[in-house]
Design a protein around this ligand. Sequence first.
Ligand SMILES: CC(C)(COP(=O)(O)OP(=O)(O)OC[C@H]1O[C@@H](n2cnc3c(N)ncnc32)[C@H](O)[C@@H]1OP(=O)(O)O)[C@@H](O)C(=O)NCCC(=O)NCCS
Length: 170
Amino acid sequence: MLSDLLKQDPSLAIRKPTVEDGPSIYDLVKSSKPLDVNSRYLYLLQCSHFAKTCAVAESDGSVQAFISAYVLPDQPETLFVWQLAVDKLLRGQGIAGKLISHLLQRPHLAKTRFIEATVNPSNNASRNLFKSLALKHNCEINESMLFEAKLFDVDAHEAEILLRVGPIQS
Ligand SMILES: CC(C)(COP(=O)(O)OP(=O)(O)OC[C@H]1O[C@@H](n2cnc3c(N)ncnc32)[C@H](O)[C@@H]1OP(=O)(O)O)[C@@H](O)C(=O)NCCC(=O)NCCS
């Protein structure tokens, strides 16, 4: 899928992150509520140890979107999307969908059959993103409770509902 943005701005490129992207990723996540902001160190680990399952979209050398993910240790066919953020000005143009498709096209992820992610109950954009992914791949999307709100021990944190999309055909 070629987004409107790509038509307007062919310089948008999706690639593996490097440690130099760490600070920009931190800033992007910080401005992408309701995402939890992790430590700068955590993003450096994702840009190094987990780079093969993470990606950034950049334009003119600056990071506009980021996806972090990992293969579940006991389920090699399941890719868990940890965080996904698109710059506010660029949302609604298919960039998040393209980041997920990009990861699925990496040869070492070819055996992925399920995508999992958690969403807050009030996050319609995120929920629609994964519904759209299920539609695109003509597969089911199942929901279950992963972490109840009380586990976060802070008033403002919503529950994290697990979405499981699949089975995805290669
Ligand atoms: C969620 C987020 C990553 C989506 O990025 P995006 O690039 O705008 O998403 P896309 O353009 O690829 O849209 C994917 C689908 O979601 C739908 N969608 C996107 N934003 C939406 C919104 N605000 N409300 C309702 N639906 C929305 C789109 O219509 C599209 O569905 P379609 O394919 O049927 O048209 C982005 O809104 C964001 O960064 N939000 C803040 C951080 C966050 O909530 N991250 C998700 C954690 S899992």
